[in-house]
Design a protein around this ligand. Structure first.
Ligand code: AMP
Ligand code: MG
Length: 317
């Protein structure tokens, strides 16, 4: 059993063979399972089971116009759900398994329940690298829809106890794989013929994508409509959040970075990957502290810093 709050039923299972087999069985019978990935903990369900998908939306309190990412064990499996042109194939070959979600047109035989894609004719696919999620995909033989395992609009969970404290009595079985490595949600790229668009910055950086594909991402005003769930207020702590703060007030919990010490430092050496992996845990800590507000030190916009600042802006709005 790993640390969840005392007042909440603890459904957390350590990561072992029996727990994995039980989890796979639950998924096959249409139940939900919370599972770590290299980004954040996901709330997984059989993507082809409409009732199970409805249960994800219900458990998260997620608006049904916000489509889900489907997790697959490899590119061959992904091709059953989505049409991979040359550019999409290149992305998958280069970055899978890993924290990259690729949006492609649905195949005519796509088995995902309609609610997974919220009625869109495209589908968001990801092949995760985390060994636990990979084993679960293989053992269950399913395609797994899995948004972050928290109440909609809340802070994403990066340790098992974040899941139980966010979902409370609605929490399903939780597989505890320890802290998530990346700590921010996957980069989302939409494939548009021979071009591509970044719909959500994440651990795979713009620079890496541009280097791999040999051309810049396209920028378009239609992003907001195309990516329905990317509402501005998201990842929101209960307290007001101020950004780019070098000196916090006495009432604020100060999240520091580099030389700006703060009450809790994301990375004293100024390492952005370390900061990303600690970001949501720091927001959880700040939110449950006695302070009345949260202040965050400036974070550089380079590399994964773009993903950190994206999440912070949503937290502050
Ligand atoms: P989450 O599950 O919270 O990581 O959110 C997944 C996000 O992926 C959603 O909020 C959408 O913005 C995006 N998404 C999923 N499917 C599609 C799609 N077919 N087209 C555009 N965006 C999508
Ligand atoms: Mg989420």
């Amino acid at each position: 059993m790993s640390g969840s709050n005392n007042h909440i039923a603890d459904n957390t299972e350590p990561y072992d063979k029996e727990a994995l087999a039980a989890a796979a069985q639950r998924l096959q019978s249409g139940k939900l399972v919370a599972v770590p990935t290299e980004t954040v903990y996901g709330l997984a369900a059989d993507a082809s089971n409409a009732d199970a998908i409805a249960d994800i939306y219900r458990t998260k309190g997620r608006p049904d116009f916000n489509p889900l990412i489907v997790h697959v064990s490899n590119l061959a499996a992904a091709r059953k759900l989505g049409e991979f042109n040359a550019l999409a194939t290149r992305l998958a070959e280069q970055f899978w398994p890993g924290p990259l979600t690729i949006i492609v047109p649905k195949t005519p035989v796509c088995p995902a329940a309609p609610a997974v894609t919220a009625g869109l004719d495209t589908i968001a696919l990801r092949c995760p690298a985390h060994p636990l999620m990979q084993k679960l995909l293989q053992l269950s033989g399913l395609f797994l829809a899995a948004p972050s395992a928290n109440k909609s609009g809340g802070i994403s969970p990066t340790i098992a106890s974040h899941v139980s404290s966010s979902l409370g009595n609605d929490a399903p079985m939780i597989l505890d794989g320890g802290p998530c490595h990346s700590g921010v949600e996957s980069t989302i790229v939409a494939v548009r013929g021979d071009d591509y668009q970044i719909l959500r910055p994440g651990p795979i950086t713009r620079e890496e994508l541009e280097t791999a594909l040999g051309k810049p991402a396209i920028i378009s005003a239609s992003d907001k409509i195309e990516s329905p769930g990317q509402m501005l207020s998201h990842y929101a702590p209960a307290k007001p959040v101020r950004l780019n703060v070098t000196k916090a007030t006495a009432q604020e919990y100060h999240i520091g970075f580099g030389a700006i010490e703060g009450d809790h430092n994301l990375s004293k050496s100024g390492d952005l990957a370390e900061a990303a992996s600690k970001l949501f845990a720091a927001l959880h800590l700040a939110d449950s502290s006695a302070s009345t507000g949260i202040a965050v030190a400036p974070i550089p916009e380079t590399g994964i810093g773009a993903a950190i600042n994206d999440r912070l802006k949503r937290a502050a709005s």
